[in-house]
Ligand binder design. Structure first.
Ligand code: R5P
Length: 262
């Protein structure tokens, strides 16, 4: 790996433990003003000091985040779909590598949709993006999307998606936690971070998921709704952080959450 690529990866994954707490706030690219992210600046700014990197679109980055923050950016560069459109999987590359570099990003993120009509299109575009990333030293995070079909989130499907993304050259993969998650991690030769998915019943469930994923070998989280849709987003991000970086048990992390939310 070239120095520039290595350097960008090490901005995302902290040197101390090679793990990351990435905050996902890119949902608007297909969901529009999703609940609690209606005014991105208000949601994101209070959390910035607690996260290692931000996964975000260029529109929200340019308009809602001050350039003074020293926060590694993982730029969402796929889209072209919407929650009310015909097919969620019909995504293309939406941002040029030149613009990503202009924004001084640490990585770009692109979704792949296996077992959909647009599987081939998203995989080929991922490969093209990786080629461009290699040219300029920009790492690519592949996102193993499932669209509306949440039942696809099983070990077989996610192992296949993660492995194909890695085989195509993705530098890291974001996927969902599932039963037998250790098998997904073991069969993927690049770092895996987990998405949180839709808001779970309560914060304890989300902490349990983050803990289980890290215990199985995930290199961190790239969570959104289970953090900023919590009534106590700062307490939640600190509790998640304690699991990722301090190896806290679920119990300790939940105690921390409860003490901070007061
Ligand atoms: C979906 O691909 C979105 O881009 C989010 O980045 C991703 O789902 C992670 O956020 P959440 O934890 O809310 O699922």
């Amino acid at each position: 790996m070239d120095w520039g690529m290595k350097n960008r990866m090490s901005r995302i994954f902290r040197a101390k433990d090679n793990r990351t707490v990435m905050l996902a706030v890119d949902h608007g690219y297909f969901l529009g003003p999703v609940s609690r992210l209606e005014e991105p600046r208000k949601t994101i700014e209070p959390l910035i000091t607690y996260v290692d990197s931000l996964m975000i679109t260029r529109g929200v980055l340019r308009n809602c985040i001050e350039a003074k923050y020293d926060i590694p950016i993982v730029l969402r560069v796929s889209g072209g779909n919407s929650i009310i459109g015909k097919d969620l999987s019909d995504e293309e590359i939406t941002v040029s590598m030149q613009d990503a570099i202009r924004l001084n990003v640490s990585a770009v993120a692109f979704s792949i949709y296996l077992a959909t009509e647009y599987e081939h299109q998203t995989l080929i575009n991922l490969a093209r993006l990786i080629d461009e990333g290699q040219n300029y030293g920009i790492p690519v995070l592949a996102v193993t999307a499932v669209g509306k079909e949440l039942e696809k989130r099983d070990c077989r499907f996610l192992s296949l998606s993660c492995r194909i993304a890695a085989e195509l050259g993705a530098n890291m993969v974001k996927t969902y936690y599932c039963e037998d998650f250790d098998k997904v991690v073991k069969s993927c030769p690049v770092p895996i971070v987990i998405a949180g998915g839709p808001k779970l019943r309560n914060e304890l469930d989300a902490l349990e998921m983050a803990y289980a994923a890290i215990a199985c070998g995930a290199k961190g989280v790239d969570m959104g709704r289970n953090i900023w849709q919590s009534r106590w987003p700062q307490a939640m991000i600190c509790a998640i952080r304690s699991i990722v970086h301090d190896n806290n048990s679920v119990k300790k992390a939940f105690n921390l959450f409860n003490s901070l939310k007061k």
